[in-house]
Design a protein around this ligand. Structure first.
Ligand code: PHE
Length: 344
């Protein structure tokens, strides 16, 4: 019986030693120390032993049991430690690895440019006014001295929704609406930024949807020289102090007289190059003195009040300022293009 116990001890200890994980160790515990295990069996057979041998075998059995239990415990501690170390090894974080940078977006080039232009005019006492993009024929055309059938309507091919409703072709209707709200009393000094729509085939210089900023100043004794001063200040702040402006006669139904403003070409400084098509000047915007009919229709007395108005396209200004050669770049949303202007 003694030998049997020693044999069991050796067997068990060997299995404990070989156990590779907690599960295997548990199996050893159950099979050797459990109620149906061989040691219990040995103890159960003790009744058959002579009385003097019983304490010796009993002691030995307890001793074997204890040594196996201790070995299991030690092995368990060891396995747990190993498992922990392995987890720590696997889950190590290399804090020296460079992190993934957050992709930070930024306002669109046009948004920024429009804000910049707004700021320039706010600095000269203008307020920002906005209005609907879906507009009535009355505000888009008639109130601006463009009655139905007027040939100048062809200058702005339109997207009609019904006979009387269309996508606005310019932001001038906001001027008509704002004047009306003033109920014949000046001053009105606003700029109107926003999206406009024209039936154009998209190409490098045309887009069926683009943006405009128009300005309006109505008061008593507003003169053409006031218009020139405001536009000159704008041009120099926007394009550089060394730029000159010039006004050329033009035609718009809502202004009389009407002009177009050019700035001197930065590339050739007036000599003539491909950017200014050899003229030394680049066209920037349209402007003029508000037509008496427009004032009258908006409730102002043209014998008391007069004013000037101007309108420009931020896309065109951005193209000139940053050397962009295709208006479609603004709307394709290629981040490689847009990103270049995050710092601009
Ligand atoms: N509304 C004109 C256009 O879109 C621009 C403009 C505004 C011209 C004010 C003169 C005065 O073409």
């Amino acid at each position: 019986m003694k030998e049997r116990l020693e044999e069991l001890r050796n067997e068990a200890l060997e299995k404990v030693e070989k156990a590779e994980n907690i599960k295997e160790l548990q199996d050893v515990r159950v099979s050797y120390l459990g109620k149906k295990g061989p040691i219990t069996e040995v103890l159960r057979g003790m009744g058959k032993l002579p009385a003097e041998e019983r304490p010796v075998i009993g002691q030995l059995a307890n001793d074997v049991r204890e040594s196996i239990a201790r070995a299991i415990e030690d092995k368990q501690t060891e396995l747990e430690k190993e498992a922990l170390e392995q987890r720590l090894r696997e889950e190590t974080i290399d804090v020296t690895l460079p992190g993934r940078p957050n992709q930070v977006g930024g306002p669109h080039l046009l948004t920024k440019l429009i804000q910049e232009i707004e700021d320039l005019f706010i600095g000269m006492g203008f307020e920002v006014a906005e209005g609907p993009e879906v507009e009535t024929d009355y505000y888009n055309f008639e109130a601006l001295n463009l009655p139905k059938g007027h040939p100048a309507r062809d200058m702005q091919d339109s997207f009609y929704i019904t006979e009387e409703i269309l996508m606005r072709t310019h932001t001038s209707p906001v001027q008509a609406r704002t004047m009306e709200k003033h109920e014949g009393k000046g001053p009105v000094k606003i700029i109107c930024p926003g999206k406009v729509y024209r039936r154009d085939t998209d190409d490098a210089t045309h887009s069926h949807q683009f943006t405009q900023i128009e300005g309006l100043f109505v008061d008593k004794n507003v003169r053409m020289s006031d218009l020139k001063g405001v536009l000159n200040t704008f041009a120099k702040k926007m394009f550089g102090e060394d730029r000159e402006i010039r006004l050329r006669p033009s035609f718009f139904p809502f202004t009389e007289p009407s002009v177009e403003m050019d700035i001197s070409c930065k590339i050739c400084r007036g000599e003539g190059c491909s950017v200014c098509k050899g003229t030394g000047w680049i066209e920037i915007l349209g402007a003029g003195m508000v037509h008496p009919n427009v004032l009258r229709m908006a409730g102002f007395d043209p014998d008391v009040y007069n004013g000037f108005a101007f309108g420009m396209g931020p896309e065109r200004i951005a193209m000139l300022k940053y050397g962009i050669d295709d208006i479609r770049h603004f709307y394709i949303n290629d981040v490689r293009f847009l990103k270049q202007f995050h710092q601009a």
